[in-house]
Design a protein around this ligand. Structure first.
Ligand SMILES: N[C@@H](CCC(=O)N[C@@H](CS)C(=O)NCC(=O)O)C(=O)O
Length: 216
């Protein structure tokens, strides 16, 4: 039995990546709600594990790890070699390519929209900045759509950690009140993700508590 603990509020998109990976892998884990309205992320004990005071943090035995993509990569390599993590290096390099692209490019789009439109109270919202962020997000999702025209998942025929880090954005992107470019391959992939119980449990989580809240 795995001795795994994950710290973080379940309505954090970064925590959701870790929870989705844990659920896909069928691992036993303890989930400790932390940060946001729960607080607890600036205590000396927590900062000793994660100096950023952010979530998620994972502990697996003696290993303590932060950064959601590092966590998902680790879980996939440790418990999902040959499934979430392809063994051949060239295949894994493509998974890493999309994983890093999600951090550097995709998240500059949709996450910006989320902060400008959902986290920012309506009276403080900047419609020009929102439009710019939506355009940037649509451009990033169009790049994914072109990839998904070729393969059913981001890095090939099966779900990998590249789908986990990028797909964790989709529930919010598809439910926010924005003008989305119609992207049939992206939408079909989202439907495939929605078919997965692990995705629904980890990612399809209400974000209403975050509306109009810039404080955390
Ligand atoms: N790059 C980090 C970002 C972590 C991060 O920004 N976490 C947010 C939640 S999504 C956080 O802890 N915010 C403070 C809070 O919720 O109180 C990762 O991917 O893990």
């Amino acid at each position: 039995m795995a001795d795994i603990t994950i710290w973080g509020r379940l309505n954090s998109s970064n925590v959701q990546k870790a929870i989705w990976a844990l659920e896909e892998l069928g691992l036993d884990y303890a989930s400790i709600p932390l940060a946001g309205s729960f607080g607890g992320n600036r205590t000396p004990e927590y900062l000793a594990m994660n100096p950023n005071g952010l979530v998620p943090t994972l502990r697996d035995g003696d290993l303590v790890l932060w950064e959601s993509h590092a966590i998902v990569r680790y879980l996939a390599a440790a418990y999902g070699m040959g499934t979430l993590c392809p063994e051949p290096l060239a295949e894994r390099a493509i998974v890493d390519q999309w994983t890093d692209w999600t951090a550097t490019t995709l998240q500059q789009g949709w996450l910006q929209v989320f902060w400008l439109l959902v986290r920012t109270p309506p009276e403080e919202q900047d419609p020009v900045a929102i439009d710019r962020a939506v355009a940037r997000a649509n451009e990033a999702y169009a790049i994914m759509d072109r990839q998904l025209a070729r393969t059913p998942f981001m890095a090939g025929d099966r779900l990998t950690y590249a789908d986990i880090v990028s797909g964790a954005s989709m529930y919010r992107w598809m439910t926010m009140d924005v003008e989305r470019t119609p992207l049939p391959h992206l939408e079909a992939w989202y439907a495939r993700l929605l078919d997965r119980p692990a995705y629904r449990k980890a990612v399809c989580v209400s974000y209403e508590e975050l509306r109009g809240r810039l404080a955390f």
